[in-house]
Design a protein around this ligand. Sequence first.
Ligand SMILES: Nc1ncnc2c1ncn2[C@@H]1O[C@H](COP(=O)(O)OP(=O)(O)OP(=O)(O)O)[C@@H](O)[C@H]1O
Length: 317
Amino acid sequence: MNPVAIEVRHVSKRFGRRPAVEDLSFSVPAGAVCGLLGHNGAGKSTVIGMILGQVWPDAGEVRVQGWEVTRHRARALARVGALFETPAFYEELSARRNLEIFSSYTAPVSRAEIANALQRVGLNGNERAPVRTFSHGMRMRLALAQALLPGPEILILDEPGEGLDPEGMYELRQMIRQLHRDLRLTILFSSHRLNEVEELCTHLVVLRQGRKVFDGPWDRLQSASNLVRLEAEPFAEAVAALAREGLIRHSGRDPEGGWVIPAPGVETDTLARRLVESGYRLREIHRPRASLESLYLSLMQRPTPPVTEAASTTDRV
Ligand SMILES: Nc1ncnc2c1ncn2[C@@H]1O[C@H](COP(=O)(O)OP(=O)(O)OP(=O)(O)O)[C@@H](O)[C@H]1O
Protein backbone atom coordinates (compact mmCIF):
# COMPACT_ATOMS: atom_id res chain seq x y z
CA MET A 1 0.00 0.00 0.00
CA ASN A 2 1.24 3.50 -0.84
CA PRO A 3 2.12 5.31 2.43
CA VAL A 4 0.35 8.41 1.08
CA ALA A 5 -3.21 7.53 0.12
CA ILE A 6 -4.23 10.91 -1.31
CA GLU A 7 -2.04 13.78 -2.37
CA VAL A 8 -3.38 17.15 -3.50
CA ARG A 9 -0.66 19.38 -4.94
CA HIS A 10 -1.12 23.10 -5.64
CA VAL A 11 -4.62 22.57 -6.96
CA SER A 12 -6.84 25.45 -8.09
CA LYS A 13 -10.33 25.46 -9.53
CA ARG A 14 -12.54 28.30 -10.73
CA PHE A 15 -16.15 28.23 -11.75
CA GLY A 16 -16.43 31.14 -14.19
CA ARG A 17 -14.49 33.98 -12.61
CA ARG A 18 -15.09 32.71 -9.13
CA PRO A 19 -12.31 30.75 -7.41
CA ALA A 20 -13.65 27.69 -5.57
CA VAL A 21 -10.23 26.32 -4.51
CA GLU A 22 -6.92 28.17 -4.61
CA ASP A 23 -3.43 26.65 -4.55
CA LEU A 24 -4.44 23.88 -2.21
CA SER A 25 -1.95 21.25 -1.09
CA PHE A 26 -2.39 18.50 1.49
CA SER A 27 -1.91 14.79 1.80
CA VAL A 28 -3.77 12.02 3.58
CA PRO A 29 -1.53 9.26 4.98
CA ALA A 30 -2.68 5.67 4.48
CA GLY A 31 -4.74 4.54 7.46
CA ALA A 32 -5.80 8.05 8.50
CA VAL A 33 -9.32 9.24 9.15
CA CYS A 34 -9.11 12.73 7.73
CA GLY A 35 -11.78 15.37 8.15
CA LEU A 36 -12.16 18.04 5.48
CA LEU A 37 -13.67 20.89 7.40
CA GLY A 38 -14.98 24.26 6.26
CA HIS A 39 -17.96 26.59 6.10
CA ASN A 40 -20.64 26.34 3.40
CA GLY A 41 -19.05 27.11 0.07
CA ALA A 42 -15.49 26.68 1.40
CA GLY A 43 -14.66 24.30 -1.45
CA LYS A 44 -15.00 20.87 0.23
CA SER A 45 -17.15 19.23 -2.45
CA THR A 46 -14.99 20.72 -5.18
CA VAL A 47 -11.92 19.11 -3.58
CA ILE A 48 -13.68 15.77 -3.25
CA GLY A 49 -14.91 16.03 -6.85
CA MET A 50 -11.32 16.60 -7.98
CA ILE A 51 -10.06 13.61 -5.97
CA LEU A 52 -12.74 11.44 -7.59
CA GLY A 53 -11.95 12.70 -11.11
CA GLN A 54 -15.39 14.29 -11.49
CA VAL A 55 -14.15 17.89 -11.39
CA TRP A 56 -11.01 18.76 -13.31
CA PRO A 57 -8.54 21.11 -11.65
CA ASP A 58 -7.44 24.20 -13.61
CA ALA A 59 -3.97 23.87 -12.11
CA GLY A 60 -2.07 21.41 -9.94
CA GLU A 61 -2.61 17.68 -9.63
CA VAL A 62 -4.28 15.10 -7.46
CA ARG A 63 -2.78 11.66 -6.85
CA VAL A 64 -4.59 8.72 -5.34
CA GLN A 65 -2.45 5.69 -4.38
CA GLY A 66 0.32 7.42 -6.33
CA TRP A 67 -1.68 7.66 -9.59
CA GLU A 68 -2.50 11.03 -11.08
CA VAL A 69 -6.29 11.14 -11.26
CA THR A 70 -6.89 13.00 -14.54
CA ARG A 71 -4.42 10.82 -16.49
CA HIS A 72 -4.89 7.44 -14.78
CA ARG A 73 -8.41 7.68 -13.42
CA ALA A 74 -9.22 3.96 -13.48
CA ARG A 75 -6.00 2.94 -11.73
CA ALA A 76 -6.17 5.81 -9.23
CA LEU A 77 -9.75 5.01 -8.24
CA ALA A 78 -9.63 1.20 -8.52
CA ARG A 79 -9.64 0.78 -4.72
CA VAL A 80 -11.71 3.84 -3.82
CA GLY A 81 -15.26 3.71 -2.52
CA ALA A 82 -17.14 6.99 -2.53
CA LEU A 83 -20.32 8.55 -1.35
CA PHE A 84 -20.33 11.79 -3.33
CA GLU A 85 -23.82 12.75 -4.34
CA THR A 86 -26.82 10.96 -2.84
CA PRO A 87 -27.19 7.95 -5.10
CA ALA A 88 -30.55 7.32 -6.73
CA PHE A 89 -31.96 3.89 -5.95
CA TYR A 90 -34.71 1.85 -7.61
CA GLU A 91 -37.41 2.56 -5.05
CA GLU A 92 -39.51 -0.56 -5.70
CA LEU A 93 -36.55 -2.91 -5.54
CA SER A 94 -34.82 -4.33 -2.49
CA ALA A 95 -31.47 -3.19 -1.12
CA ARG A 96 -29.89 -6.40 -2.32
CA ARG A 97 -31.33 -6.08 -5.84
CA ASN A 98 -30.18 -2.43 -6.02
CA LEU A 99 -26.64 -3.49 -5.19
CA GLU A 100 -26.76 -6.34 -7.71
CA ILE A 101 -27.83 -3.92 -10.46
CA PHE A 102 -25.21 -1.36 -9.41
CA SER A 103 -22.44 -3.94 -9.45
CA SER A 104 -23.52 -5.24 -12.87
CA TYR A 105 -22.96 -1.68 -14.23
CA THR A 106 -19.63 -1.19 -12.53
CA ALA A 107 -17.59 -4.21 -11.40
CA PRO A 108 -19.59 -7.42 -10.87
CA VAL A 109 -19.26 -8.88 -7.38
CA SER A 110 -20.59 -12.11 -5.89
CA ARG A 111 -23.85 -12.47 -3.92
CA ALA A 112 -21.72 -13.22 -0.86
CA GLU A 113 -19.89 -9.90 -1.23
CA ILE A 114 -23.20 -8.07 -1.51
CA ALA A 115 -24.49 -9.84 1.61
CA ASN A 116 -21.25 -8.96 3.37
CA ALA A 117 -21.54 -5.25 2.46
CA LEU A 118 -25.16 -5.18 3.68
CA GLN A 119 -24.12 -6.80 6.93
CA ARG A 120 -21.27 -4.31 7.48
CA VAL A 121 -23.74 -1.42 7.36
CA GLY A 122 -26.31 -3.19 9.49
CA LEU A 123 -28.91 -3.70 6.73
CA ASN A 124 -29.05 -7.47 7.00
CA GLY A 125 -32.61 -8.30 7.86
CA ASN A 126 -33.82 -5.41 5.68
CA GLU A 127 -32.22 -6.57 2.47
CA ARG A 128 -35.52 -7.77 0.95
CA ALA A 129 -37.69 -4.72 1.79
CA PRO A 130 -38.27 -2.22 -1.04
CA VAL A 131 -36.05 0.85 -0.73
CA ARG A 132 -39.11 3.14 -0.72
CA THR A 133 -39.78 1.99 2.85
CA PHE A 134 -36.28 3.03 4.01
CA SER A 135 -35.60 5.92 6.36
CA HIS A 136 -33.00 8.55 5.47
CA GLY A 137 -30.47 6.78 7.72
CA MET A 138 -31.10 3.42 6.04
CA ARG A 139 -30.62 4.98 2.59
CA MET A 140 -27.34 6.44 3.74
CA ARG A 141 -26.29 2.98 4.95
CA LEU A 142 -27.27 1.46 1.62
CA ALA A 143 -25.20 4.12 -0.14
CA LEU A 144 -22.31 3.18 2.14
CA ALA A 145 -22.78 -0.52 1.29
CA GLN A 146 -22.64 0.47 -2.39
CA ALA A 147 -19.37 2.34 -1.75
CA LEU A 148 -17.94 -0.78 -0.07
CA LEU A 149 -18.67 -3.12 -2.99
CA PRO A 150 -15.39 -2.58 -4.87
CA GLY A 151 -13.51 -3.71 -1.74
CA PRO A 152 -11.97 -0.26 -1.25
CA GLU A 153 -8.81 0.68 0.60
CA ILE A 154 -9.90 4.32 0.60
CA LEU A 155 -13.37 5.59 1.45
CA ILE A 156 -14.35 9.14 0.51
CA LEU A 157 -17.56 10.60 1.89
CA ASP A 158 -18.97 14.02 1.05
CA GLU A 159 -20.93 15.33 4.05
CA PRO A 160 -22.21 11.87 4.97
CA GLY A 161 -24.13 13.11 8.02
CA GLU A 162 -26.20 15.65 6.08
CA GLY A 163 -29.89 15.38 6.93
CA LEU A 164 -29.49 12.66 9.57
CA ASP A 165 -31.13 12.91 12.97
CA PRO A 166 -28.91 12.63 16.09
CA GLU A 167 -29.47 8.88 16.29
CA GLY A 168 -28.55 8.49 12.62
CA MET A 169 -25.45 10.63 13.19
CA TYR A 170 -24.41 8.43 16.10
CA GLU A 171 -24.86 5.26 14.03
CA LEU A 172 -22.87 6.78 11.19
CA ARG A 173 -19.97 7.62 13.49
CA GLN A 174 -19.99 4.09 14.90
CA MET A 175 -19.98 2.67 11.39
CA ILE A 176 -17.10 4.85 10.20
CA ARG A 177 -15.10 3.85 13.28
CA GLN A 178 -15.85 0.19 12.68
CA LEU A 179 -14.91 0.33 8.99
CA HIS A 180 -11.65 2.05 9.85
CA ARG A 181 -10.87 -0.53 12.51
CA ASP A 182 -12.05 -3.74 10.78
CA LEU A 183 -11.12 -3.02 7.16
CA ARG A 184 -8.18 -0.68 7.90
CA LEU A 185 -9.63 1.83 5.43
CA THR A 186 -8.19 5.26 4.85
CA ILE A 187 -11.18 7.57 5.21
CA LEU A 188 -11.59 11.14 3.99
CA PHE A 189 -14.85 12.85 4.75
CA SER A 190 -16.09 16.40 4.50
CA SER A 191 -18.20 17.98 7.13
CA HIS A 192 -19.08 21.24 8.77
CA ARG A 193 -19.98 19.50 12.01
CA LEU A 194 -17.14 20.07 14.43
CA ASN A 195 -18.18 17.41 16.93
CA GLU A 196 -18.28 14.75 14.21
CA VAL A 197 -14.79 15.63 13.07
CA GLU A 198 -13.40 15.95 16.57
CA GLU A 199 -14.68 12.48 17.52
CA LEU A 200 -13.56 10.60 14.46
CA CYS A 201 -10.52 12.16 12.89
CA THR A 202 -6.84 11.50 13.25
CA HIS A 203 -6.10 14.20 10.66
CA LEU A 204 -7.70 17.43 9.64
CA VAL A 205 -7.72 19.78 6.66
CA VAL A 206 -9.47 23.08 7.29
CA LEU A 207 -10.57 25.23 4.35
CA ARG A 208 -11.67 28.81 4.33
CA GLN A 209 -12.84 30.43 1.10
CA GLY A 210 -11.09 27.79 -0.97
CA ARG A 211 -7.79 28.14 0.86
CA LYS A 212 -6.22 25.90 3.43
CA VAL A 213 -5.87 27.33 6.92
CA PHE A 214 -4.63 24.12 8.53
CA ASP A 215 -3.69 20.58 7.72
CA GLY A 216 -2.06 17.86 9.75
CA PRO A 217 -2.69 15.47 12.60
CA TRP A 218 -5.50 16.70 14.78
CA ASP A 219 -3.35 16.88 17.92
CA ARG A 220 -0.91 19.18 16.08
CA LEU A 221 -3.72 21.69 15.73
CA GLN A 222 -3.73 21.90 19.51
CA SER A 223 0.02 22.26 19.89
CA ALA A 224 0.47 24.45 16.80
CA SER A 225 -2.10 26.86 18.07
CA ASN A 226 -0.61 29.45 20.35
CA LEU A 227 -3.94 31.02 21.03
CA VAL A 228 -4.14 32.88 24.31
CA ARG A 229 -7.44 33.67 26.01
CA LEU A 230 -7.54 37.25 27.16
CA GLU A 231 -10.14 39.26 29.00
CA ALA A 232 -9.00 42.84 29.48
CA GLU A 233 -10.94 46.08 29.66
CA PRO A 234 -11.47 47.85 27.45
CA PHE A 235 -10.67 44.93 25.13
CA ALA A 236 -10.38 46.77 21.80
CA GLU A 237 -7.97 49.39 23.19
CA ALA A 238 -5.94 46.77 25.08
CA VAL A 239 -5.34 44.57 22.04
CA ALA A 240 -4.65 47.63 19.86
CA ALA A 241 -1.93 48.66 22.34
CA LEU A 242 -0.40 45.15 22.30
CA ALA A 243 -0.48 45.13 18.49
CA ARG A 244 1.20 48.58 18.31
CA GLU A 245 4.06 47.22 20.40
CA GLY A 246 4.39 44.20 18.11
CA LEU A 247 3.50 41.80 20.94
CA ILE A 248 0.54 40.13 19.20
CA ARG A 249 -0.20 39.07 15.61
CA HIS A 250 -3.97 38.71 15.66
CA SER A 251 -6.88 39.15 18.03
CA GLY A 252 -10.60 38.64 18.09
CA ARG A 253 -13.62 37.56 20.04
CA ASP A 254 -15.60 34.34 19.72
CA PRO A 255 -18.40 32.85 21.83
CA GLU A 256 -15.87 31.88 24.52
CA GLY A 257 -14.50 35.40 24.84
CA GLY A 258 -11.44 37.32 23.70
CA TRP A 259 -8.32 35.77 22.19
CA VAL A 260 -4.94 36.91 20.88
CA ILE A 261 -2.16 35.21 18.94
CA PRO A 262 1.12 36.43 20.46
CA ALA A 263 4.08 37.31 18.23
CA PRO A 264 6.72 34.54 18.13
CA GLY A 265 8.61 34.27 21.43
CA VAL A 266 6.16 36.43 23.40
CA GLU A 267 4.90 34.71 26.55
CA THR A 268 1.66 35.35 28.40
CA ASP A 269 3.48 36.97 31.37
CA THR A 270 4.91 39.64 29.01
CA LEU A 271 1.42 40.39 27.71
CA ALA A 272 0.01 40.49 31.24
CA ARG A 273 2.76 42.84 32.47
CA ARG A 274 2.36 45.26 29.56
CA LEU A 275 -1.40 45.42 30.00
CA VAL A 276 -1.19 46.09 33.72
CA GLU A 277 1.64 48.63 33.30
CA SER A 278 -0.45 50.44 30.68
CA GLY A 279 -3.38 50.68 33.06
CA TYR A 280 -5.77 48.18 31.46
CA ARG A 281 -7.91 46.05 33.72
CA LEU A 282 -6.74 42.45 33.26
CA ARG A 283 -9.44 39.96 34.16
CA GLU A 284 -8.01 36.76 32.70
CA ILE A 285 -5.11 35.55 30.60
CA HIS A 286 -4.24 31.91 29.92
CA ARG A 287 -3.34 29.39 27.23
CA PRO A 288 -6.32 27.01 27.09
CA ARG A 289 -6.32 23.41 26.01
CA ALA A 290 -8.58 24.53 23.25
CA SER A 291 -11.59 22.69 21.94
CA LEU A 292 -11.74 22.14 18.22
CA GLU A 293 -14.56 24.64 18.14
CA SER A 294 -12.53 27.50 19.54
CA LEU A 295 -9.53 26.64 17.36
CA TYR A 296 -11.75 26.42 14.32
CA LEU A 297 -13.43 29.72 15.06
CA SER A 298 -10.12 31.45 15.57
CA LEU A 299 -8.81 29.96 12.30
CA MET A 300 -11.92 31.24 10.56
CA GLN A 301 -11.59 34.73 11.98
CA ARG A 302 -7.92 35.28 11.26
CA PRO A 303 -6.94 37.06 8.06
CA THR A 304 -6.52 34.61 5.19
CA PRO A 305 -2.81 33.86 4.91
CA PRO A 306 -1.13 34.76 1.63
CA VAL A 307 -0.84 31.80 -0.73
CA THR A 308 2.83 30.97 -0.44
CA GLU A 309 4.79 27.83 0.27
CA ALA A 310 5.17 28.97 3.89
CA ALA A 311 1.42 29.36 4.24
CA SER A 312 0.92 25.72 3.34
CA THR A 313 2.70 24.53 6.47
CA THR A 314 1.08 24.24 9.84
CA ASP A 315 3.62 26.61 11.41
CA ARG A 316 1.47 29.52 10.37
CA VAL A 317 -1.46 28.39 12.48
N1 LIG B 1 -20.70 23.29 -10.58
C1 LIG B 1 -20.52 24.52 -10.08
N2 LIG B 1 -20.77 25.62 -10.83
C2 LIG B 1 -20.57 26.86 -10.35
N3 LIG B 1 -20.09 27.14 -9.10
C3 LIG B 1 -19.83 26.07 -8.32
C4 LIG B 1 -20.02 24.72 -8.76
N4 LIG B 1 -19.66 23.90 -7.74
C5 LIG B 1 -19.26 24.70 -6.73
N5 LIG B 1 -19.37 26.00 -7.07
C6 LIG B 1 -19.00 27.15 -6.22
O1 LIG B 1 -17.71 26.89 -5.70
C7 LIG B 1 -17.61 27.28 -4.34
C8 LIG B 1 -17.24 26.08 -3.49
O2 LIG B 1 -18.34 25.19 -3.49
P1 LIG B 1 -18.32 23.76 -2.80
O3 LIG B 1 -19.62 23.09 -3.11
O4 LIG B 1 -17.07 23.06 -3.20
O5 LIG B 1 -18.22 24.14 -1.26
P2 LIG B 1 -18.55 23.24 0.03
O6 LIG B 1 -17.52 23.60 1.03
O7 LIG B 1 -18.68 21.82 -0.37
O8 LIG B 1 -19.94 23.83 0.48
P3 LIG B 1 -21.20 23.10 1.22
O9 LIG B 1 -20.75 22.80 2.62
O10 LIG B 1 -22.24 24.16 1.17
O11 LIG B 1 -21.54 21.88 0.42
C9 LIG B 1 -18.94 27.91 -3.98
O12 LIG B 1 -18.83 29.31 -4.16
C10 LIG B 1 -19.90 27.29 -5.00
O13 LIG B 1 -20.96 28.17 -5.25
